[in-house]
Structure formats: structure tokens, C-alpha cells
Design a protein around this ligand. Structure first.
Ligand code: PEP
Ligand code: MG
Length: 915
């Protein structure tokens, strides 16, 4: 989320007379491209285009300040606005020799939204405004085309009726009432296309539309053009807070306070005959970034025909033959726009009777791949500097170079059945398996699998490992499923509360769709969308090169990726570490550029094979003797894993966190697994059940976990420390003499005394091993800051800690009093009401949790200036959180291995942005 520029564009108290709210363009031009905050992207660029001599129909922009005023003062406007708008209209009239509302040669306008960042299609638009029963005749006379005039009128009434008067379909299945009338009319006349309707038919349609409006609103369709204009302006401001716009803002981190501007612009017509046309073009290909002219157009059509898909538009290249002169002009506009705006542009144009007009331009939306390619190539073409190119690539888009993506065509035809939280990016398609065992079976049969669970536990790991993706109906983005999936680089959608999974019946239900085990399902972990059926996807070239299955010189995408990474490393100040628990993960992270491990969750090392049984034996032990027995079995596994990690990291720092499981995550829930465990441990089932009952906690997340475990059972801390230092000694003394750099981290500390207790054990055991093995090992011991008390007493804790690592998953959970496992039934409502501007488990709540982090960092460093600071919560892979961490002066961020490239780029952007 871009929290960097949250401030609304408000200068002083709204409504004060000296404020300018209306900015003209196209004739006398008041604005320019640098005024996006005030004029929105569209308004600012219209002004800019006009001032560089591009043919822009004249108009004016009502500033975003008016939007903020509108919401702050019960949907009212600053007092001076009416007069300003009147004179702006007069100016257009003078320039074009037309008159707004006049029966001869009337001026028609469009009224469109335009926020600081474009939000395509999210807000409302009205075209052909200014038509009424009289002006329609004037337009007919002036254009010499009566059918055209009536066609415009019926379109206008429909749009106005929908957008301003709110006449819409009652439910999703129904067609909107205007279309129903149109369809009925066509059916009655036996015609198929709108183009077959005669002037008389259109006049009849207008009558029918107007009576619909009277019936629905009790009032006639407004004939006063000024009333029409104000109705449209109000509707566009209101659309800033429609549901679509709110969801879009949340997805892209656009603050509500920005508001939208409104652009009122003289209409030009692409539907005046065969020498008229309208279209949309991109200066480069937005799908793959290639430098080719891309777009489409329709002859004799209005803008919405291109978007609505009523007729199939032609590719822009066809224009070279059909309208050759206009095409040459358009090519010139294309290159002028790129040279001027220095970015790929997406622009709209209309040709009115052979004359080209540009209606809007903006930086084109593009895929991740295109973003990278365009930035790199534009830097090579000297259209932008390396710094600008880096800032132009949304950090997230690097992900799309690394993860499998759906085939775009196949995706268009697919049916979304529900949505969940995007928790592990990428595209996955496979047969539904409801259990790890079913997943394994399918995989043995050679099929791809998506593991679908209400939530996951360590028992599911094997299934997760083999699956293409993981889908859960419960759990937030830092739940078990999500964080394991991300670490494994698996696609994951979690917390999809609209689906229900019935393990007994083996069904997954989403609304009316019922899928069974073995049916195909597809999930998009980048957007959270869940689709019925199989959708083709393609593997990432970059990953194939890194894994060695594709030659580096065969992949242009890899070259682009390397270039961006090299640039990023040149600029960033933050170090990038990774959260990895196995040597394989560590190696992958290093290949992606990780400079250390910032979090090894040691409990995750016990997921595999029969280790989980020993882990469970340890948890269920009734006394120290039993516990030590289980720990003795665990020690060799731990040691071996640490050896692997140290080797994989080759002297880079490795932060190992001592045991921290909320115990419920590790205890078997279902009877079959409990029985199996009893058998393996050689104890009666009743014993297992009894112990699980005895260990039951109402709030395991706030229970016997973190350092509390090691304080209660010092033998656990002893075993883990021993394993770490034995491993370090072995690696140091090995043939290759690899350096080791362990950093031992104590979890969930809130009191200095807790850390002291564990420190004493760690230092004692470390010294024992070091002396026994006769080696020199430099190590650090630090703590996580993941409960508010640790942040508040950071000065006390820093005195005895070598480092702090912010565990923002728990810090968010405990600061907001919000469960990370289950975002609760209220979350959706909170999102709708924009109470949480972002999912607080995905992006740091900077004004709450962030304040605690600031406090801990400054107090910690006041006591110990060399205190190393890092972050290892899931937020460490989120670009806006990374920006925050940079500003806080952290030494490193530690994210899951596949996120490392994103973090490298985001860290560089943070440096450049905050210079
Ligand atoms: C955290 O709380 O942010 C953290 C990294 O620890 P875990 O997710 O393992 O609780
Ligand atoms: Mg934690």
C-alpha cells in the first residue's frame, strides 16, 4: 500500500473564496501533468496534452478538493463552484461556437471521473449530456444526421437513468431495465443489431425510456441541461464510494482521502459515419511489453461500444488501410506521447468526420512482465534513468516473472466461483483433494492436485508439498497454511469463507456450485480468485533458469529479471534475508539473492516423516525424564538440519529461533491420527486423549508458547542450543571449512527477565560445546519483538539483547487484539467500511503496530547504538511495509524465499523514494 502519500489534496479550509476549484483545458489551459493530486490523473494529463499541442476537445476539471468537500459537508459543494462552472461552460461555448442547452448547434459534454491513480471502470461516466427534446433536434440539424442525434439521445437517457437516477436491475441475474426495453423493441421489430434501428425506432425507444424513468422515479427525465450537469457531477463524486471502487482501492492501496476529480469535456463523435471512428491504443504491448503499436478501434461508433464488446473492434494495424491519414496522425501521437510522458501510454481517441481528437492518456496498466520489459527497454532507449525505471516497476510485478501464470485466453472463459485471501502468489490448477493422503494418491496417478482444507495443520504438510496449490476456507494470510505455502513457494488462497468443505461427503460448495473430490479446480494466489475447472497455466522461465532446466541465454525474461535485480542491489540499503527452515528452501532463497536467514522456525523442522511423532511425544511428556527422552531423539535431526542450513548459507548469518509452537498446531485433532500416535508411542489411546485434554488451552496463541516453553522446560532450550553449536562446530571443522554465523533468537519475550532466563541457558550450553569442540564461534543472541510489552520496554530488553527481530504476525495479533488464524466474521464489513485500509496481517498497520516498532527501534538503539534490527513477520515481503522498515532504519527484512526478489526491488525503491 502506498502510505507514503496519504494526504488528501486539501489546501486550507474548503469553501474559502480564494480556492480555485475549476481548471480549464483545451483552450486557455490552467493545469499540467504535475497537478495529479488536485486534478486527478485524467484531468492533469488532459491539460498537459493540450499544452503540448495535441488535439484535445476543450473542457474543465473540477478538483479533488471538491470531492472531499462533498463528503465532508453532507454532499454539498463550495459556494463559489456554481459560478466557476458557469463561466467554464461559457468558455467552451465561445471556443466551439456552440451553446449548452440551445436548440441550434448545441454543445454536448461528457462527465467523467478521474482519481490521482487511474481506477479503470470503477467509477461512473456520462456521455452526450446536454441533450433534451429540443437540443436533439438541434443536433440533428447541425450534423445533418437525425438518426445519429436520436441514437445519442437514447444512449444518454439510458446512462443518466442508470448512473444518476439509479435505475438498475434488481438482481444479478436480471438484465438492466433499459436493455430489457431495447431487447423487446428489437424482438418486436425482428432486428438483431442496434444499428438496424431507424430514427423512428430510436424516437420510440426514447419515449419508452422516459416513461420508465417516470414510473421508477415519479419524475420526468430532466430537460434542463444545467440540472442534468449537476446530477451527473454528483453521481460521479458519489461513485468514489461505490462498492467496486472501495474494493479496488483496497486492492491497490489507494487512500479514500485522495478523492476523485470530475472532468467535463466537449463531446466529439466517432459515430458520424464512415469517416468517424473511436478507439483505444497502447504505445507498447501491455501484455508482454513489446515495443509495438497495440490497440483497437471501431468505425462509426461511440467509446462505450469498444469497451462494451457489442461489436468486435479491429486491431489498430487495420487502420493503416481503412483510414490511412488518421493512422499516420495516430502514429505521430503515439511517439509524441511516449517521448513526452516517458512511459507507456494508454490513450483514447475519436475521429470525428476525419478529424483526430485525443480524449485521454494515462500510464498504461500492464502485466508484471510488461512492466519489467518496458522499464528496462525505456531505460536503454534513454527515455528514463535507471532510478526512474526501478520506481516504475511495481515491486509485486516481479512475482509474475517467478510464478506460474494462467493462460490469459483460458482465464477469460473461466468461471469464478468464490474469492479468498491471496496468500501465496501464482496460478494453480488441479484435481481437488481433501486430505493429504488423497493428494498423494492423485499425484501417484500422475495428476495435479489442489489441496482443499478448512484449515491446515502439520499433518497436511506432505499433501501441501505435492500439491500445485492450497485452498482453505478459514484462516488469515499469516495462518499456518499461508505461511507454510509461501515458504514452499506454493500457490495459496486462504480464508475463502464463501466456500464450504464437507470432508464426509467429500464436497466443496461455493454458492450453487458443488465440486467433488477429483474434480478440477483452479486458484489464483495473486488475486484470491477461485475458478471451477482446469485452466491452462505456464511455468516461469526465470525459475526454470535458476533451477537449471532452461539455458540462461535462451531466456530474454531472465535477462530482464537479472538487470532489474542488479539495479536494485545497487540502490538498496536494507539487507534481504529469508525465512527458511530447510536447506532446500535456503538454497532457493540464496539463488534468489537472500543474504542470510532471518528466521528459521525450528518447530517447522519437525513436520516431516516421523519427526512429528517425536515432537508430539515431547509435547505430551508427563515429566522431564520423558521429555528428555523425546528431546534426545529430536537432537540428531535438529543438528543435521542445522548443518544443512549452515552449509547452504555458506557463512551468511542464520537466525535460528528456539521453539515457539502454539501447541495446538502440533497436536493431532482427528481420531485416526490420535490412534496412530498412541500405537507409535506404545501408550493407550486414552492416555493420548487425556494428555491432549490436559494440555488444552482456551487461547493457545496466548498460551504456553514462545519463551514460556523454554522457561517451563529448560531442557528444550538446552537441546536446541546444543544442536545449533554442535552443528556449527561440525561445519567449521568440515573439509570445506565453511564459516558459520548463528544468531539465536528467543520468541515471544515481553519481560527482560524472560530473555535473561533463556540467555543464561544459551550461553552456558554454547560455551560448553565450544570448549568441548575446541572451536571459535561468533554468535549473537537476541529476541523477537512480537508483543506490545517488548516494544514498550525495549530499552530494558536491549541492554541484554544483541538484536531485535520484529515478529509482526504476533505483534499485529496482540496489538489489534485480532486473531491471525481466523479474521472473524466482521472482517468483510470492516473492509467495506474501510476501517482497516489494508489487511493488517498483510501490510503493516503503520499508525498502530508501526508506532510500537518505532518506539522499540528508537529506545533499543538509544541503549545500544549497534543493536541489529530486522523484521521476520510476513509483512517483510510486502513492498509498503518494506518502505516503512527502510524509513525506520532496520538492518534487514526477512521474507519467504520466493519473495526475496520482490523485497530486493522494494528495498531499492524505498531508498530512492525516501532520498
Ligand atoms: C511473527 O510472529 O511475526 C513471527 C515471525 O513468528 P511466527 O509467525 O512464527 O509466530
Ligand atoms: Mg510469532
Amino acid at each position: 500500500m502506498n502510505k507514503i502519500a496519504r494526504k488528501p489534496a486539501t489546501r486550507g479550509k474548503p469553501g474559502t473564496r480564494n480556492n480555485k476549484y475549476v481548471f480549464a483545458f483545451g483552450g486557455k489551459t490552467d493545469g499540467n501533468a504535475s497537478m495529479r493530486e488536485l486534478l486527478g490523473g485524467k484531468g492533469a494529463n488532459l491539460a498537459e496534452m493540450a499544452s503540448i499541442g495535441l488535439p484535445v476537445p476543450p473542457g474543465f476539471t473540477i478538483s479533488t478538493e471538491v470531492c472531499n468537500h462533498f463528503y465532508a459537508y453532507k454532499e454539498s459543494y463550495p459556494a463559489s463552484l456554481r459560478g466557476d462552472i458557469d463561466s467554464a461552460i461559457r468558455q467552451i461555448e465561445k471556443q466551439l461556437g456552440k451553446k449548452f442547452g440551445a436548440s441550434g448547434n448545441p454543445l454536448l459534454v461528457s462527465v467523467r471521473s478521474g482519481a490521482r491513480d487511474s481506477m479503470p471502470g470503477m467509477m461512473d461516466t456520462i456521455l452526450n449530456l446536454g441533450l433534451n427534446d429540443e437540443t436533439v433536434e438541434g443536433l440533428a440539424a447541425a450534423s445533418g444526421n437525425s438518426r445519429f442525434a436520436w441514437d445519442c439521445y437514447r444512449r444518454f437517457i439510458q446512462m443518466y437513468g442508470d448512473v444518476v437516477l439509479g435505475i438498475q436491475a434488481e438482481n444479478e441475474e436480471e438484465e438492466d431495465p433499459f436493455h430489457q426495453i431495447l431487447d423487446r423493441l428489437k424482438l418486436g421489430l425482428g432486428v438483431e443489431s442496434d444499428g438496424d434501428l431507424t430514427t423512428e425506432n430510436l424516437q420510440d425507444l426514447v419515449k419508452k425510456y422516459k416513461s420508465l424513468i417516470r414510473k421508477k422515479t415519479g419524475k420526468s427525465f430532466p430537460q434542463d441541461v444545467i440540472e442534468q450537469l449537476w446530477g451527473a457531477i454528483g453521481a460521479v463524486f458519489k461513485s468514489w464510494k461505490n462498492e467496486r471502487a472501495i474494493i479496488y482501492r483496497q486492492q491497490y492501496g489507494i487512500p479514500t482521502e485522495w478523492g476523485t476529480a470530475v472532468n467535463v469535456q466537449a463531446m466529439v463523435f466517432g459515430n458520424l459515419g464512415s469517416s468517424s471512428a473511436t478507439g483505444v491504443a497502447f504505445t507498447r504491448d501491455p501484455a508482454n511489453g513489446e515495443k509495438s503499436f497495440y490497440g483497437e478501434y471501431l468505425v462509426n461508433a461511440q467509446g462505450e461500444d469498444v469497451v462494451a464488446g457489442v461489436r468486435t473492434p479491429n486491431p489498430i494495424s487495420f487502420m493503416a488501410e481503412e483510414l490511412p491519414e488518421n493512422f499516420r496522425d495516430l502514429e505521430k501521437v503515439r511517439s509524441k506521447l511516449e517521448r513526452h510522458f516517458k512511459d507507456m501510454q494508454d490513450f483514447e481517441f475519436t475521429i470525428e468526420d476525419g478529424r483526430l481528437f485525443i480524449l485521454q492518456t494515462r500510464n498504461g496498466k500492464r502485466t508484471g512482465l510488461a512492466a519489467v520489459r518496458i522499464a528496462v527497454e525505456m531505460q536503454r532507449e534513454r527515455l528514463m534513468t535507471q532510478e526512474t525505471a526501478l520506481l516504475k516497476i511495481p515491486a509485486e510485478s516481479i512475482d509474475s516473472l517467478l510464478v506460474p501464470v494462467f493462460d490469459i485466453k483460458a482465464l477469460k472463459a473461466a468461471q469464478v466461483i468464490a474469492r479468498g485471501l491471496p496468500a501465496g502468489p501464482g496460478a494453480a490448477t488441479g484435481r481437488i483433494a481433501f486430505t493429504a493422503a488423497a493428494a498423494e494418491l492423485e499425484i501417484k496417478r500422475g495428476n495435479k492436485v489442489v489441496l482443499c482444507r478448512t484449515e491446515t495443520s502439520p499433518d497436511d504438510l506432505k499433501g501441501m508439498l505435492h500439491s500445485q496449490g492450497i485452498l482453505t476456507s478459514r484462516g488469515g494470510v499469516s495462518s499456518h497454511a499461508a505461511l507454510v505455502a509461501r515458504q514452499l513457494g506454493k500457490v495459496c488462497v486462504c480464508g475463502a469463507s464463501d466456500i464450504s468443505i464437507n470432508y464426509e461427503r467429500k464436497t466443496l460448495t461455493a454458492g450453487k456450485v458443488v465440486l467433488r473430490e477429483g474434480d478440477y479446480i483452479s486458484i489464483d494466489g495473486t488475486t484470491g480468485a477461485i475458478y471451477k475447472g482446469m485452466i491452462e497455466s505456464a511455468d516461469s522461465e526465470v525459475k526454470r533458469v535458476l533451477e537449471g532446466s532452461l539455458r540462461q541465454d535462451k531466456s530474454y525474461t531472465f535477462e530482464l529479471f537479472q538487470t532489474v535485480m542488479k539495479w536494485a542491489d545497487r540502490h538498496r540499503q536494507l539487507k534481504i534475508r529469508t525465512n527458511a527452515d530447510t536447506p532446500a528452501m535456503a538454497r532457493q532463497a540464496v539463488a534468489f539473492g537472500a543474504e542470510g536467514i532471518g528466521l528459521c522456525r525450528t518447530e517447522h523442522m519437525f513436520f516431516e516423516g516421523n519427526r512429528i511423532d517425536y515432537m508430539r511425544q515431547m509435547i505430551l511428556a508427563v515429566d522431564e525424564v520423558e521429555r528428555r527422552a523425546a528431546l534426545t531423539k529430536l537432537l540428531p535431526f535438529q543438528k543435521k538440519d542445522f548443518v544443512g542450513l549452515f552449509r547452504a548459507m555458506d557463512g551468511r548469518p542464520v537466525t535460528i529461533r528456539l521453539l515457539d509452537p502454539p501447541l495446538h498446531e502440533f497436536l493431532p485433532h482427528d481420531d485416526v491420527v490420535r490412534r496412530q500416535l498412541a500405537q507409535k508411542l506404545g501408550v493407550p489411546l486414552e492416555f493420548v486423549i487425556e494428555r491432549i485434554k490436559a494440555l488444552h488451552e482456551e487461547n493457545p496463541m496466548l498460551g504456553c508458547r514462545g519463551c514460556r516453553l523454554g522457561i517451563l522446560h529448560p531442557e528444550i532450550t538446552e537441546m536446541q542450543t546444543r544442536a545449533i553449536f554442535e552443528a556449527a562446530a561440525q561445519v567449521l571443522k568440515g573439509k570445506k571449512k565453511i564459516r558459520v554465523n548463528p544468531e539465536i533468537m528467543i520468541p515471544l519475550v515481553g519481560f527482560r527477565a524472560e530473555l535473561q532466563d533463556q540467555l543464561d541457558i544459551v550461553h552456558r550450553v554454547a560455551q560448553e560445546v565450544i570448549q568441548k569442540r575446541g572451536v571459535k564461534i561468533n554468535y549473537l543472541v537476541g529476541t523477537m519483538v512480537e508483543v506490545p510489552r517488548a516494544a514498550i520496554t525495549a530499552d530494558e530488553i536491549a541492554e541484554i539483547a544483541d538484536f531485535f527481530s520484529f515478529g509482526t504476525n504476533d505483534l499485529t495479533q496482540t496489538t489489534l487484539g485480532l486473531s491471525r488464524d481466523d479474521m472473524g466474521s466482521f472482517y468483510e464489513e470492516y473492509q467495506k467500511k474501510e476501517i482497516y485500509s489494508q489487511n493488517p496481517f498483510a501490510s503493516i498497520d503503520q499508525s498502530g503496530v508501526g508506532k510500537l516498532m518505532t518506539l522499540a527501534s528508537s529506545h533499543g538503539r538509544q541503549v545500544k547504538s549497534e543493536l541489529k534490527l530486522g523484521i521476520c513477520g510476513e509483512h517483510a515481503g510486502d513492498p509498503s511495509s518494506i518502505d516503512f522498515c527502510h524509513r525506520l532504519g532496520l538492518n534487514y527484512v526477512s521474507c519467504s524465499p520466493p519473495r526475496v526478489p520482490v523485497a530486493r526491488l522494494a528495498a531499492a525503491q524505498a531508498t530512492l523514494r525516501n532520498k
